[in-house]
Design a protein around this ligand. Sequence first.
Ligand code: HEM
Length: 508
Amino acid sequence: MAHMKNAVFDAPASAPPAAAQPGAVRHLRHLRDLPGPRPWPLVGNTLQVSLHSVHQNLAEWAHAHGPFFRVRLGGSKLLVISDAELIGQLLKERPETFRRPSRMQAIMREMGIHDGVFMAEGETWARQRRMVMASFAPQQVRGYFPSLLKVAHRLRERWQGAAERQAQGEAGIDLQADLMRFTVDAVAGLAFGTEVDTLSSDGDVIQRHLDKIFPAIWRRAHAIFPYWQFVKLPPDRALDDSVKVVNAAIRRFIDEARERLQAPERRAAPPNLLEAMLVAADEPGSGMTDDDVAGNVFTMLLAGEDTTATSLSWMLDLLWRNPSALLRARQEVDRELGPLGAMANWTAEDLGRLDWLEACIHESMRLKPVGPFNVVEALKDTVVGDVAIRKGTPVLLLMRHDTVSDAVFPQADAFLPERWLPERWLPEGAALAPAHAKRVSMPFGGGPRICPGRFLALLEIKLAAAMLLRHFDILGIDTPDGLPPPEHMALTMVPLGLSLRLRERAPA
Ligand code: HEM
């Protein structure tokens, strides 16, 4: 699986990869030597991919051309790799050798979104990352658990109302939209110390505006020509309005947080990320500006909302399609948890006992990672496997390749949560230990820029799923055509059109 990095940069252009013999001089290939889909004049491969299923186009090319191939998309020549071990190595070489794509940063800035830790680079990134990590550490997230329970309870009440209306003939719940309300409320409480109650309201909530931003970044990142710089179409004007609404909400969060920081004891030990950033920004020479603070609030809303809600939607859909796994999850929840009351009576330890549900989360993120690929950009001339690339070359990392290979995960297409349990059942000859499996399946990325929100995300997913199973019968998770939901790529890979029908369970 692994392709070792070679120190020699400039090798003959068309040299084949050398056999890995001790002492042998290995020849390096260059992008132009690699196989890949045949580019068309001027547009390269851009018109051969579909905007919302580009991940599937890339997966097909990886099967046809192997673990290293080249493509030309949107005017850039990219190296595409799919070997999980090599991907893991590259992700570790940030921020020194690779950065996030500069094109994405330019698009977000142009929209009026300041850099946060997701887009920052170098020293700025390192400084912001330390603060974010401190605020999202497991003990910090556990300390916030009672507030998280209140948010889960509000989701329960919202769905109680929906179940009653469904009994009167109303259509199913737009699952993804409701789960996004849950995740916005959750992240705002933890990261900003603000109660944002989108779950109890159907008005013009912030979540509706956040919804527009990921797809817009995606569309613009793949546009052949930046028409919006010359003429704004209705979707561009709607986007501008949404960014304004979110920025206004962020200003409110900041003002409220500054108000709370009037208390000296709060300033001495700020209890959430926003207040910690504001205290840091007030220090002379901290290097933290007001724009950095605003950029990070935006980042947490964007990075924490869609990803977690989407992972939850995929898992619920997979459980619905695998009734024995769903039944086992429900039995586990009934065994370990009493009813979720308004007085926040579950503990983080209670959820820690839900091993099967946790295995279902890992398995669904293996099959349906919200980021089926990641992109990094070389900050200097370097070597990837046996391919020499120039500074500025984007490298596209196919995160869902080895994870759906039978050679690595036997019966790879099947939803088998047991493969993530210590006492797992696996078919004959399958030797992939869960620890190794976690190195291959990287739904949260890897290396120094691995997702800092992963503890919170896992807790939110477990909590919402446990609440659903404990209090409702799932009558159906439907799609408009009755088929499994299409994978719709719009920065994250979203299941389209899921509609949840449910009935409240009778008290035990
Ligand atoms: C299931 C839910 C989630 C998934 C699948 C997910 C996935 C990811 C991935 C793939 C990355 C890129 C990592 C890399 O480049 O190696 C990332 C980065 C990031 N995520 Fe998440 N994420 C989730 C939830 C969250 C939450 C809840 C938050 C915070 C509220 C969050 C905040 C971030 C931030 C700030 C970064 C950038 C880190 C950096 O560049 O240093 N994510 N996430």
